[in-house]
Design a protein around this ligand. Structure first.
Ligand code: ADP
Ligand code: MG
Length: 687
């Protein structure tokens, strides 16, 4: 149970005064649903204002607080232009206070003629005249009564104003509890970090590195500790050592030799599975690096050792493709491989359930359905999770629990993660890397093209399809604008059908019903349809060797690692593949720099490092996909600077007090709950 001291922080947003139904949506958009979310909604920046006696003392472009006396109102003739309040300072300088929209009423009320007021805002020059556009504040009194000269600026959403959000955050901060200290006293002293409550308040008041760093450290520490608890729990569990004798693997007749990297990974897996405690290993490798063959070897080791193995895929269609591939590869081994998804019903399902229970099925491939309550195994020894990045740590633990927590676990992902972040994301696992591509793969010719050249791109696609080849067309999908994004994909789908013909194009996006999505995907995979228009869902990928062209619209909206993963879908066939990155019109300098990198390198890890540098960790950690929070507070710089320290501190704490029962241990539990890493605590209880 969550420590009581945290309850006020987890109270819902509407417990704050002034939050009604109207604000619910805008707040939710920013992720502000509980009091703690407000407290942790840290300012993007601060406006530093200087109090000046008159405008002679102020520079153009400077944020100032200055006493002014309004002398005249000037409305535009049409009533639609700006509303100006002409004012003079104490030595006769004239300045116009300019309001756009329907602000004249408020302006007149705040700025009555011939009465001196303190005005805060940015001094600009408009032609020869001095101007302050939309003063930030107007007050009857100056000095201390005017309030802070340093003002936080927060990220907003439609329907929220700075003032409104500031007031709500202030309320949340006014009611913070005192929390026990989880940071080691020596660390706290050495870094001169404030206590938690003080740090949070200070972080909203002004640029304060110590305060911000402490808050980031807290998050990193909680994350590291949670993963260590998972790992420790895993070590304590008694698994079943599975030693393969090679008799099934010897019968494999694969059409290729394993790459060095594949052999090494299989060796690492084999070593782990022979241990007493369950394997917890991540297999990381680019799209096309051959993870499936490694998974098959692992599963055969389990079967050789007398156990069953399960392969979990994130989608139905991927499960079906895995099933077919595995049957093909394992032909001649005599191993029984079955599939179970949510769509299997009735007799067929019953017979699968029977086979799992009596052990006649050796390997089961499927979706979540394979871990439903009704599904019982005779002796499940290994769980392989494909596309691990689709699942969070918490989810994975639940799955393992269903396998009675003793099965060996191999998680696979194609997301390249920089080394610094691997620790944060997968700190509880050992890692194997497939850093070598199977031979014969040709580099993908990647080009950046302006969106204005859409007609040329479509003409190129037309020629490509006329030659009997297939293509992906990817439209971006960013959660905040989901409906717009889907509308854009549908529009593109219609437009391409007009050009290429009704039956040449199909569409896949997240809001289609799963059956339809799968059916459309299957028509593309079978070659029946030439072009697949898709939002990023295809990132979880089915292999379509004949597809040798990929067009990615508004490529600047994707992370580099994500683009790299997407483009890995092409480049499998015998012929050279092309990836066209269409850049939108709203491209910043960094956006340009980023896309150019895609052309330069096909090294996923290098791209991921650049992503981290240019866009920040959240993108890479794939929080959007799995729905699980990675880091809310820590910035990429802070992750780089503090993750290792936090990790070391967590380890020392674990060594001294692995049950988290001492004073600091108890405090650390509070941190785990605060950052919602409490799955770690739950393991403690169970253990
Ligand atoms: P991943 O799951 O890592 O994206 P796959 O397991 O789907 O990649 O493999 C991609 C393709 O490469 C498949 O067609 C597979 O048969 C082939 N492949 C795998 N390993 C090798 C190898 N060592 N040599 C040649 N081809 C391979
Ligand atoms: Mg795969």
């Amino acid at each position: 149970m969550r420590p009581e001291v945290l309850n006020p922080l987890f109270a819902s947003a509407d417990s704050l005064k002034g939050v009604g139904p109207k604000l619910e949506k805008p707040l939710e958009k920013l992720g502000l649903t509980r009091v703690k979310d407000f407290a942790y909604h840290l300012p993007d920046r601060f406006i530093d204002r200087r109090a000046v006696a008159n405008l002679d003392d102020a520079g153009i472009g400077e944020n100032v607080i200055v006493p002014l006396t309004p002398t005249q109102y000037r409305a535009s003739r049409s009533g639609r232009g700006p509303f100006n309040v002409m004012a003079t300072d104490d030595i006769g300088n004239v300045v116009s206070l300019t309001y756009f929209g329907r602000a004249s009423y408020t302006a007149k009320k705040q700025l009555p003629l011939n009465e001196r007021r303190w005005v805060a805002g940015k001094l600009d020059q408009y032609g020869d005249a001095l101007q302050i556009v939309h003063p930030d504040h107007v007050s009857e009194e100056g000095g201390a009564a005017f309030g802070a000269t340093c003002e936080p600026v927060y990220a907003l959403s439609d329907g929220l104003t700075q003032g409104r959000l500031q007031a709500l955050i202030e309320q949340a901060l006014g009611d913070l509890p005192e929390l026990p200290e989880w940071i080691e006293p020596g660390q706290l002293a050495k870094r001169e970090w404030p206590e938690w409550r003080e740090a949070l308040i200070a972080a909203h008041k002004g640029a304060n590195k110590a305060a911000r760093d402490r808050l980031a450290y807290d998050e990193l520490f909680a994350s590291a500790l949670a993963l260590m608890l998972v790992r420790a729990d895993n070590r304590r569990r008694k698994g079943v050592p599975l030693k393969g004798d090679g008799r099934l693997r010897d019968k494999l007749r694969l059409p290729f030799d394993l790459t060095g990297a594949q052999k090494r990974s299989v060796g690492e897996v084999e070593g782990d599975m022979a241990q007493q405690h369950p394997m917890l290993r991540l297999l990381q490798g680019d799209v096309g690096s051959g993870k499936t063959a490694v998974a098959l070897h692992a599963m055969l080791i389990a079967v050789e050792g007398g156990a069953q193995a399960a392969l979990l895929a994130p989608t139905e269609i991927l499960a079906r493709q895995h099933h077919e591939t595995l049957i093909e590869m394992a032909r001649g081994t005599g191993v029984e491989i079955a599939i179970l998804t949510g769509r299997d019903k009735g007799r067929a399902r019953e017979s699968i359930l029977m086979g799992l229970l009596d052990g006649s099925i050796d390997i089961i491939v499927g979706t979540h359905a394979i871990f439903q309550e009704a599904v019982n195994y005779r002796n499940l020894g290994l769980v392989v999770i494909d596309e691990q990045h689709r699942f969070g740590v918490g989810q994975r633990l639940m799955l393992q629990q269903k396998a009675k927590g003793t099965a060996h676990c191999l998680a696979m992902t194609a997301t390249p993660i920089p080394r610094t972040l691997t620790l944060a994301q997968y700190g509880e696992m050992e890692v194997s890397r497939l850093d070598e591509m199977p031979p014969g793969r040709k580099p993908i010719d990647t080009r950046v093209i302006a969106t204005e050249r859409m007609d040329d791109v479509v003409a190129g696609l037309q020629r490509h399809v006329a030659e009997g080849k297939q293509a992906y067309w990817v439209c971006p999908m960013v959660r905040e604008h989901e409906t717009e994004d889907i509308a854009a994909a549908e529009e593109r789908f219609d437009a391409l059908r007009q050009v290429l013909g009704e039956n040449a194009v199909t569409l896949v996006h997240g809001q289609l019903r799963p059956e339809i999505k799968d059916a459309n995907m299957a028509r593309f995979a079978s070659g029946e349809v030439a072009v697949l228009v898709a939002t990023t869902v295809i990132e979880v990928g089915v292999n379509v060797p004949n597809a040798s062209l990929m067009v990615i619209e508004q490529a600047e909206r994707f992370g580099l690692a994500q683009l790299h993963q997407l483009r890995g879908r092409v480049g499998r066939g015998a012929e050279k593949s092309v990836c066209l990155l269409l850049r939108g019109n709203t491209l910043s300098e960094t956006g340009r720099e980023r896309l150019a990198l895609m052309r330069e390198t096909q090294d996923g890890f290098r791209l991921a490092e650049e992503d981290l540098r240019l866009r920040g960790g959240g993108e890479i950690l794939g929080t959007r996909q799995s729905g699980e929070q990675a880091f809310v507070v820590a910035t990429p710089e802070q992750i780089t600077e503090l993750l290792e320290v936090a990790h070391d501190d967590a380890r020392v704490l674990m060594e001294r007090d692995g049950g988290l029962t001492g004073t600091r241990g108890e405090a650390a539990r509070t941190a785990l709950y605060l950052f919602e890493r409490d799955y770690g605590v739950q393991l403690l209880r169970g253990g």
